[in-house]
Design a protein around this ligand. Structure first.
Ligand SMILES: [Zn+2]
Length: 177
């Protein structure tokens, strides 16, 4: 939906970002406005351009975005994976390959995923803030703050559930601490 002046969309239903209108196609997996989905694509582009510096945050970026854009009615495993990735990064020191391996193990060993209800507010930072933080140093630190806020925005009982499920299903060798 466009605003009366035609230049802004309604806020992103996931993260609340109010962005210039975009022709970007809908992101079927995420509860995101087309403009926010476009920002997510641009952030991936920035990461690829600066892969040597930002590549280690690849999975964290995906999971932070997922944690902020949970689509109502989408498969329950989506937000579980997003929060699992955030937990493993911030509390167990594990990123990228360890998290993707954990996701594979979890998908193959369990199917009674809890229905997670996203919090009313998902953190003060959005993917747009990260993309426009400045140079690569500023983007790196904004991305880390954004992801941490996205994790901490979820209620403690949900995060505790994710910790328990992860430790139960994922072998310890995938945790760096
Ligand atoms: Zn958004």
């Amino acid at each position: 939906m466009k605003s009366p002046d035609g230049t802004h969309e309604s806020p992103c239903p996931g993260c609340g970002a109010l962005l210039p209108a975009s022709d970007w196609p809908e992101a079927p997996k995420y509860n995101a406005s087309p403009a926010c989905a476009a920002v997510s694509g641009e952030l991936l582009g920035f990461e690829v351009e600066h892969a040597a510096r930002l590549g280690y945050l690849h999975q964290l970026r995906i999971d932070a975005y997922g944690a902020q854009h949970v689509k109502p009615g989408a498969p329950r495993i989506g937000p579980v994976f997003a929060l699992n990735g955030l937990y493993m990064y911030f509390e167990r020191g594990s990123g990228n390959l360890d998290v993707r391996t954990a996701h594979g193990i979890m998908a193959n060993s369990y199917d009674d995923w809890p229905q997670l209800t996203p919090p009313a507010t998902v953190g003060s930072l959005t993917a747009y803030d990260v993309l426009h933080a400045g140079g690569v140093d500023a983007v790196e630190s904004a991305l880390l703050r954004w992801a941490q806020e996205a994790w901490e925005a979820w209620p403690e009982d949900t995060r505790e559930l994710i910790r328990k499920l992860t430790v139960e299903l994922v072998p310890e060798r995938y945790f760096r601490r």
